[in-house]
Design a protein around this ligand. Structure first.
Ligand code: MFK
Ligand code: FAD
Length: 502
């Protein structure tokens, strides 16, 4: 039968293993406190958290509709590991750091570096964290006062027993991309100024959240609502139970049976009188939730870059353990060329995402120029759409680099590919984000593009010794000289897509 057994790839401290991350932080965030925290966290991820992530995959959530006596309870039962992830997230400040801002304008880079280390081992707990961070940002931008002051403090705490996660319930059956015309949920005003929501939310992830932000149409006295984007308002609702243990105003219809992200519950929810508070002015729902979209899209991009980095790390380790044709894989130039190409993609993704995190940090600490704000607005959809696609390609290539073992379920590797596939779908599909780019180009009269090409020009000037960048310099100069045409095309395209959609 033979006595040979292949050695498995070993996950080592993802911070220490990542020369690019460490180099980036040395340049921009050299504080020892950040370095030692990331190093300690990396150790914890490799030796403890990664196991929990696997446990989340092996023990997916279940929905229990009724108790033994026939009472409707709608309990979403999650694994102990999933619950540990929640406590860990609070203790490590995975959301809190963005609001404590320990390193001023570099705080988002620090927070996102932790999430980058955590993400592939997190059992998808990064999903509720993204939405929690997005919700905190929305509450902060609207103003932290009643009825959301306690919620804000819970979303941004480091105390596990106080920590809340948030949902983001936007998608309905008729529209996930097109929430503006697809949203049917209505908000019925109550005499005390609050509302009750009635409708059906078709995708709600991490549905064990403690609160949510959601969109609905306010009914007037006759029961009528305003169609389209101008009829949508933003609401805050807590997920709570009555004395009988029943969810207040919510029925969990079922859990989705998904290709990946199986570690976390994604449910269809019937809202049947869910108590809620309106946070935005009437009709300003989409614009008000846009801050959440910005944050969750940046988290998505971090997860994409992290998935690539993880598969590259494991593939490199494996290449030093597996022998084929008489030598280790790492000694086969063709195999190393494949890994090098993956490495280049991963580096590009990492640097682009980190630059967006840098811009976010500048904006939040009041350091951003108008130029930075334009760049942040443009690059957020660009980085999300680009890294979402890259992650699927790089992780797929990564699986191949383990040969047949890359396809074997209990190596844990196939889960990386399944979970990468969602990154280009949720939080705006690639096409929808491309239209978002046109939207911001047209609505800023091209200023976002001007900022982008000027930024590119200055980066290229800094690398003028690299002769192969010549064509890029010419392309950027040409783009700047033809900016006017770009803007006209973007405005026309945006207008025609909107006409088509109407
Ligand atoms: C693991 C890591 C991560 C992830 C966790 C994820 C968990 C899964 C969660 C989800 O998937 S939640 C659902 C996410 N859904 C989407 O992302 C929806 C995708 N569709 C779009 O993004 C559409 O473009 C959009 C719904 C925004 C179109 O809506 P409208 O109302 O038809 O757009 P309109 O009229 O152009 O814009 C309305 C206002 O919003 C405008 O402001 P003003 O009225 O002040 O001019 C826009 O400028 C503003 N706006 C729209 N998109 C914006 C934005 N502002 C800033 N940034 C944006 N991206
Ligand atoms: P559609 O909008 O029907 O898109 C179908 C196709 O049409 C796509 O390829 C899209 O790119 C294309 N398309 C649409 N409009 C245009 C256009 N104008 N021009 C060109 N192409 C276009 N949503 C939530 O609100 N909360 C959640 O927690 C949540 N969790 C999710 C979890 C998972 C695992 C998944 C898979 C989805 C989740 N979603 C959630 C829903 C997700 O955000 C939507 O599925 C997504 O935004 C796409 O919307 P849709 O499904 O309606 O697709």
């Amino acid at each position: 039968i033979g006595s040979f057994f292949q050695e498995r790839p070993v996950l080592k401290n993802p911070f220490l293993e990542d020369a690019l991350l460490r180099g980036y932080l040395r340049r921009h965030l050299p504080q020892e406190a950040a370095r030692s925290d990331l190093c300690a966290f990396g150790e914890r991820v490799a030796n403890e958290v990664d196991r929990w992530g696997r446990e989340c995959e092996l023990t997916p959530p279940q929905l229990i509709h009724f108790d033994p006596w026939g009472n409707r309870v709608d309990h979403i039962v999650t694994s102990p590991a999933w619950k540990r992830m929640k406590d860990l997230s609070a203790q490590e400040g995975l959301v809190a750091i963005g609001y404590e801002r320990p390193f001023g304008e570099w705080s988002r880079v620090y927070q996102m570096s932790k999430l980058y280390i955590f993400s592939p081992s997190s059992g998808l707990f990064t999903c509720p964290l993204a939405m929690t961070d997005g919700a905190a940002k929305v509450l902060q931008s609207i103003g932290v006062s009643w009825p959301v002051d306690e919620a804000y403090s819970r979303l941004t705490t480091r105390r596990p027993e106080w920590f809340w996660t948030s949902g983001q319930w936007m998608t309905e059956r008729q529209g996930g991309s097109d929430v503006a015309s697809g949203t049917e949920t209505v908000a019925v005003p109550q005499s005390d100024g609050s509302y009750k929501l009635h409708g059906f939310k078709w995708f709600t992830s991490a549905t064990d959240a403690d609160m949510t932000l959601t969109l609905a149409r306010v009914q007037d006295r006759t029961g009528a609502t305003t169609p389209g984007s101008r009829g949508l308002s933003l609401f805050y609702a807590e997920v709570s139970r009555d004395e009988g243990g029943r969810l207040r105003g919510i029925e969990v219809q079922r859990l989705k049976d998904k290709l990946g992200t199986r570690q976390m519950p994604t449910a269809e929810l019937l809202l049947d009188g869910l108590p809620a508070h309106r946070l935005s002015d009437e009709g300003r729902g989409v614009a008000s939730i846009a801050n959440m979209l910005t944050i969750t899209r940046i988290h998505n991009s971090i997860s994409a870059a992290a998935a690539m980095r993880r598969v590259v790390q494991l593939a490199r380790d494996y290449a030093s353990r597996r022998t084929a044709f008489g030598k280790l894989l790492k000694d086969h130039p063709l195999h190393m060329q494949t890994l090098a190409r993956m490495e280049v993609q991963t580096r590009g993704a990492f640097l682009l995402v980190m630059d967006v995190c840098r811009l976010l940090g500048r904006e939040e600490s009041g350091m951003a120029t108008q130029f930075d704000r334009y760049l942040l607005r443009l690059l957020t959809p660009v980085v999300k759409l680009y890294t979402g696609k890259q992650a699927v390609a790089v992780v797929s290539e990564g699986l191949e680099s383990f040969g047949g073992q890359g396809y074997i379920e209990d190596t844990g590797l196939p889960g990386l590919l399944r979970d990468a596939q969602v990154l280009s779908i949720w939080e705006g599909t690639t096409n929808v984000l491309s239209l978002d780019v046109l939207r911001c180009v047209a609505r800023s009269s091209g200023m976002v593009l001007h900022a982008f090409f000027t930024h590119a020009k200055s980066l290229l000037a800094g690398a003028s010794s690299v002769s192969s960048l010549g064509p890029a310099v010419t392309a950027v100069d040409r783009a700047l000289s033809e900016l006017e045409t770009f803007v006209q095309v973007a405005a026309k395209r945006e207008a025609s897509y909107l006409e088509l959609a109407a």
